[in-house]
Design a protein around this ligand. Sequence first.
Ligand SMILES: Nc1nc2c(ncn2[C@@H]2O[C@H](COP(=O)(O)OP(=O)(O)O)[C@@H](O)[C@H]2O)c(=O)[nH]1
Ligand SMILES: [Mg+2]
Ligand SMILES: [Zn+2]
Length: 351
Amino acid sequence: MDNLLQQLGLVPFFTQQLEDSALLQERVGRVIVVQRSKSTVVCASGERVVDLSPALQQADAVDRPTVGDWVVLDEPLSRIEKVLERKSLFKRLSVGTRNEIQPIAANIDTLFIVTSCNEEFKESRLERYLALCREAGAMPVIVLTKADLTEDATTYVSRARKTQAGVAVEAINALDPESLASLQAWIDSSSTVALVGSSGVGKSTILNTLAGHSLASTGEIREDDKKGRHTTTHRELHILPSGGLLVDVPGMRELRVADLSNSIDAVFDDIEMLAAKCKFADCKHEAEPGCAVLQAIQEGKLDTRRLSNYKKLLRENAMATATLAEKRARERDFSKMVKGAKTIKQNKGEA
Ligand SMILES: Nc1nc2c(ncn2[C@@H]2O[C@H](COP(=O)(O)OP(=O)(O)O)[C@@H](O)[C@H]2O)c(=O)[nH]1
Ligand SMILES: [Mg+2]
Ligand SMILES: [Zn+2]
């Protein structure tokens, strides 16, 4: 197997999906950038900017290639013919009214959920990311940047640890290579890590410090206008000199959830465990008698904020999931109608 493909994280999970191993020599590659209809793919022979096959152009957003995907190109190496089955996929419900699942990064082993040791830190946002990470099938690490700018990084660490039982938390100074050694432990030679988090928390700085030189531009964000200054405009997969791959995912204002009630339950398994002890099986933990969850709040064992965020995520998820299901049903009906119309036309033609 080509060394470059190995460096890009090609593992048997993907090669096993190829009917013909000869494809490996030239037509298999990994998507490192997606911009509108063009994708940049690295193959054994190098980097190419390619289009999508007509079938992929028509496919649902979630089935189209995204950064991190392994793909098979056509013979002239000018377009993507096939997206190989993904090991994991970080995704969200699209912003706006289209209500489609939007893929963010594919085949991610570890997700660095980046936040800062300052007022930017919000448990509720971390819990949302953790549910999305669990759904993606990646391993979460909460990375607390700007630990050098505060006296009490340990307070932030213990707050972060409470967002999910057993979750890994690292406090760092993203500008200091020595401080990043703790992160290096999570990046082995064929693994892919995605950096997510709000704008300005230090994602690009982490990438640059790990790379040893500037790969992505970094900068202060302007607080005075909502536009901010988006220093990273696109998602890109980078090979680190020490091995391993890193995707810098620019700050996303909205991370809408859909189709992930099981993952939400898993992140909040402390609440789930308490709920099993409620008197009523369908307890909503609002004001019911014998509610073990409310009792835990009274006893100071559970945070009101955590319970309301749990309910909020479940509500948002249920609404989005219903909207998606409706949309899928409408699309099915429409395609049935189109097929029906075609059959009528054909029958008439034959008569
Ligand atoms: N002192 C300090 N500054 C940091 C740290 N991480 C990021 N910064 C600074 O915060 C600003 C935003 O960082 P950037 O990497 O562009 O954030 P991004 O939007 O998440 O990619 C830059 O000026 C960085 O130098 C840190 O751990 N310590
Ligand atoms: Mg950036
Ligand atoms: Zn209850």
